[in-house]
Design a binder for this molecule. Structure first.
Ligand SMILES: Nc1ncnc2c1ncn2[C@@H]1O[C@H](COP(=O)(O)OP(=O)(O)OP(=O)(O)O)[C@@H](O)[C@H]1O
Length: 925
């Protein structure tokens, strides 16, 4: 270390000497007494001057390395010294600052003769690396030194390490704060260093800043508090509002539930009003576009909730293009099968309550009738149509009532194809013109489904340009329900017709030819007949043309009777179909305006049944008594007066059917009774009741031989309440029931004695058979006529009392109504008729009791009426064994006949002139 110190001192002295020499303006080589010689930095001397060691330098390179070593050593020693003593270190650093580079530069200038030392990257890098290295080691050693010093200080001051650290941290935080102030100042002055204020002013500024910030913070705090209060207030307000809303919602809920109740009530009331008015309910359904037609324009512009539908006709001018049609309900394209059926449910319940219901689908071909009635897929329950749903409900409701009512349900499926009725449930019968369709008893929905499957398969369908599976027939599914109330024995008879009409079509559009064309013509004809019926009903015409087609005959009970009727009208939204759409809607609106009259329940209590029985017994007694009285009267009439009268077909030989027309005739009370009207209690058509005079109970005193009455009774029990299928085959509607009474002022009519074997065909008109009057009748124990009449009146009033639920005034008369059954259709061109014509044609239609049902159905039911001819009665033998059926026509003379008969029937003891057949039928003229 001693050697080193002397070297350091040497070095310093050398450098000092060189400095002073230089200050004194020394030129050339400065020599120091030691080993170092330094050349002057002047240019002119640089070539000759050099630093060399006198004893060590052999070559310039050696000299250079020696110089460098010496310098390095010098620097190193200086630093080392500085390490040891701070004074020395200070001196060294000063030396380095002041002279380091200069020395280096001087050396290099001397070496290369360059005045300005090129401080290139390499040189600087070398120097800096060296310096960094040296300073690092210096810092390390200083750190060690500092540690030692601190230890000493801590020892001397007896300070704990923690206190010391705290003091240090305080100091550091102070320093940091001032540094922050600096940086803040720097920030405020936009980074311009020159604006930075001295620390004192910085502190004031900082304090001001702090103050303002604190102010801001305070403001913010107060604002926050205010906001907090506001929020709290808003919150409580909200809570209040929420509570209010809750109450309001609760109120709304109550209101909405009561609104729904009211709606439901309204619906019920509406239905009741409909029932009371007896209008046909019309629901309209719009078919959606089929796949591949989605981008087409629809003719349906708007569907209202109140049953309005607006149709736009693109072929008309804007002003006239739109028209609204109103129905009970309109279903849009996205309505499900379930929704379609929902409103129909109440009608199904009615069937089980003894009402007649008819639901039918109408619309042009391809508009979705079959879709609505049957549904597209039988296997998927959600797509089931009205038919299946109705029957399912029918069974469900009947099951739910099984403790109180025992139901029997039978189903018939027929179709009207080309004006022929076909039984769809019995294909063995060639499917043609089956007069009495098979009635199949069913116990559950599955039975019906099976039956329907058979029916669907048998149904006539064909492909047309408008519908690839077009129904070519009207299909009618009829469900007969008979319920017996277990407790009281009351019988309920209901009947449900589910009709899927064939669609109307324009043959040019459907491109029908051949068989298809013939079908289309039949379909269109029957639909136009339906249109005529509807229009006659809407206008309340006296004559309703039911007989113009089989379809209208089938629907007669539903359209004209007191049934509940619902029509689903279908429309196709395509622009192409606008013509058909409009005509369909117009027709349907008219249907909706038809009043059918109050629907009647077919209810028959045991009391009523007993009373009816009593009535019929009394009637029989009365008839006997009447015959007796007449016989007595007849005995007073002279033969001359009888001869003076023209031979009348009504004056039939008394002695049997072998006699000629000139044979003695009996006075007859021509009460021709149709008891079958009683049996068909379920539907009394408007037309019938409308055309005939209303009968009072007293007017309905009947003369009926026991055999007839018995048969009638049996037929009554056999018949279903309103089988339209049968009505078709049996020509039910063909007869107008009436009761003819002879004029009181005229002489009693002579009675024709009809054979006692006259039998009753349930479809034929009842024979006016009058029991023969002989002496034996005198011994009859029957009470006198006035007594019987009184008794009957009593019974009638009993019935009225018993029937406390008066539905319709007609109903009271119903059991007593004995009307003369007359033929409206008259004598026809049928085979059967030509046979009759070929013989001596009878003025009254004669039907054999054993006429086959096929023959009956063959009888034409339309056409014009003909008045009977006198000659028809020329051979009374023709009447033997037949049931007589009077053809009454629109002919006014026949009206007279009715009136006359009606008058005479009021008087049990005929007075005045005897009414002859000539006068009755107008043959006298
Ligand atoms: N509401 C509906 N939703 C979806 N498709 C329907 C709807 N209504 C009808 N269709 C479809 O339209 C086509 C014709 O329907 P549908 O056979 O029921 O008509 P239609 O009126 O009975 O015809 P037609 O009188 O010729 O027998 C069928 O392919 C049917 O699936």
């Amino acid at each position: 270390m001693g050697g080193s110190s002397s070297k350091v001192v040497d070095c310093i002295l050398c450098l000092k000497g060189y400095y002073e020499w230089k200050q004194a303006g020394g030129i050339g080589v400065w020599r120091y007494g030691g080993t170092v010689k330094i050349t002057s930095f002047h240019k002119e001397e640089s070539s000759s001057s050099s630093i060399c060691s006198e004893n060590t330098c052999e070559s310039p390179d050696d000299y250079e390395s020696l110089q460098y070593e010496q310098l390095s050593e010098f620097l190193y020693l200086s630093i080392t010294v500085a390490n040891e003593e701070s004074k020395a270190a200070k001196a060294l650093s000063l030396l380095f600052d002041r002279f380091g580079l200069h020395i280096l530069q001087a050396y290099l200038t001397e070496r290369n003769g360059i005045a300005d030392f090129p401080l290139n990257a390499m040189v600087i890098d070398t120097v800096i690396r060296k310096v960094v290295k040296d300073f690092s080691s210096l810092l390390v050693s200083q750190g060690i030194q500092l540690g030692l010093i601190l230890k000493k200080i801590l020892k001397n001051m007896s300070l704990s390490k923690e206190d010391f650290l705290e003091a240090i941290s305080q100091y550091l935080s102070q320093q940091t704060a001032s540094a922050c102030g600096d940086s803040l100042e720097f920030c405020f002055c936009g980074g311009k260093r020159e604006i930075i204020q001295p620390i004192g002013s910085l502190t004031t500024k900082y304090t001001g800043l702090m103050d303002s910030q604190q102010k801001q913070i305070a403001e913010l705090k107060s604002f926050f508090q205010a906001t907090k209060i506001q929020v709290k207030k808003a919150q409580s307000d909200w809570e209040k509002e929420v509570r209010k809303l809750e109450n309001h919602i609760k109120g709304l809920e109550v209101a909405s539930s009561s609104y729904h109740k009211v709606l439901e009530e309204n619906r019920l009331l509406y239905n009741q009003v409909q029932d009371l008015k007896g209008t046909i309910r019309v629901y309209c359904r719009v078919r959606p576009f089929l796949s591949g037609q989605c981008d087409q324009k629809s003719t349906v512009d708007y569907i209202g909730e109140n049953g309005d539908i607006m149709i736009v006709n693109p072929y008309k001018r804007v002003r006239e293009a739109r028209r609204i049609y109103s129905f009970n309900k309109v279903f849009g394209t996205n309505v499900t099968q379930r929704e379609i059926y929902a409103d129909t449910q109440s009608l199904i319940r009615s069937v089980l309550d003894g009402y007649n219901v008819c639901i039918f689908a109408y619309g042009q071909t391809g508009s979705g009738k079959t879709y609505t009635m049957s549904g597209p897929d039988l296997t998927a329950e959600e797509t089931w149509g009205v038919n299946y749903r109705a029957l399912r409900d029918l069974f469900q409701i009947s099951k739910s009532r099984e403790d109180i009512i025992e139901y029997e349900i039978v189903v018939q499926m027929i179709e009207i194809y080309n004006e022929q009725v076909r039984d769809l449930n019995n294909s063995q019968l060639n499917g043609l013109n089956v007069p009495d369709a098979s009635s199949v008893p069913v116990n559950c929905t599955q039975d019906v489904l099976d039956l329907m499957r058979i029916g669907q398969k048998s149904r006539a369908v064909g492909a047309t340009a408008l519908n690839e599976r077009s129904s070519r027939s009207h299909s009618i599914l009829t469900v007969h329900v008979r319920g017996k109330q277990l407790q009281c024995g009351t019988i309920l008879r209901g009947c449900l017709h589910l009709v899927d009409l064939a669609g109307s079509e324009r043959v040019d559009k459907s491109e029908a030819v051949g068989e298809r064309l013939r079908e289309a013509q039949h379909i269109n004809k029957s639909l136009s007949a339906l249109g005529d019926v509807i229009s006659a009903l809407a206008q309340k015409s006296a004559h309703i043309p039911y007989r113009n087609s089989k379809l209208t005959q089938v629907l007669q009970d539903s359209l004209g009777g007191q049934a509940k009727t619902l029509m689903f009208v279908h429309i196709n939204p395509e622009v192409d179909a606008i013509g058909e759409t409009i005509s369909t809607l117009k027709f349907s609106e008219r249907v909706g305006s038809v009043d059918l009259g109050v629907a009647k329940s077919n209810k028959e209590t045991t009391e009523i049944r007993d009373l009816k029985e009593e009535i019929s017994n009394l009637k029989l007694s009365l008839e006997k008594k009447e015959a007796e009285l007449e016989h007595l009267k007849n005995s007073n009439i002279t033969l001359e007066s009888q001869k003076a009268r023209a031979v009348s077909p009504l004056r039939m030989p008394r002695l049997g059917f072998g006699a000629t027309a000139s044979t003695k005739l009996e006075v007859v009370q021509p009460h021709i009774v149709d008891r079958s009207s009683e049996a068909r209690s379920c539907s009394s058509s408007k037309q019938r009741s409308g055309n005939l005079p209303a009968l009072t109970d007293k007017e309905t005193m009947l003369k009926m031989p026991p055999i007839v009455d018995k048969r009638l009774q049996s037929s009554r029990t056999l018949r279903s309440p309103s089988p339209p299928v049968r009505s078709l085959s049996t020509d039910r509607g063909a007869f107008t029931r009436s009761r003819l009474k002879p004029d009181m002022t005229e002489e009693p009519i002579r009675k024709i004695q009809f054979p006692a074997r006259a039998s009753v065909n349930r479809s034929a008109v009842i024979v006016p058979i009058i029991p023969s009057v002989d002496n034996n009748s005198k011994g009859n124990s029957c009470p006198p006529a006035p007594v019987l009449q009184d008794k009957i009146s009593d019974v009638v009033s009993n019935i009225q009392r018993a029937n406390s639920k008066k539905v319709h005034p007609d109903q009271e008369d119903e059991p007593l109504k004995q009307v003369l059954s007359v033929r409206q259709g008259a004598l026809r061109k049928s085979k059967h008729e030509s046979k009759v014509k070929s013989k001596n044609r009878l003025p009254f239609r004669v039907q054999k009791s054993d006429v086959t049902s096929t023959e009956l159905s063959d009888m034409d039911v339309g056409g014009k009426a003909e008045a009977p001819r006198k000659s028809d009665f020329s051979d009374p033998a023709n009447m033997q064994g037949f049931v007589v059926d009077l053809p009454i026509h629109s002919n006014s003379k026949l009206k007279n006949l009715q009136q006359n008969f009606s008058r005479s029937s009021q008087n049990l003891e005929p007075r005045g002139q005897m009414q002859t057949a000539e006068s009755l039928f107008g043959w006298e003229a």
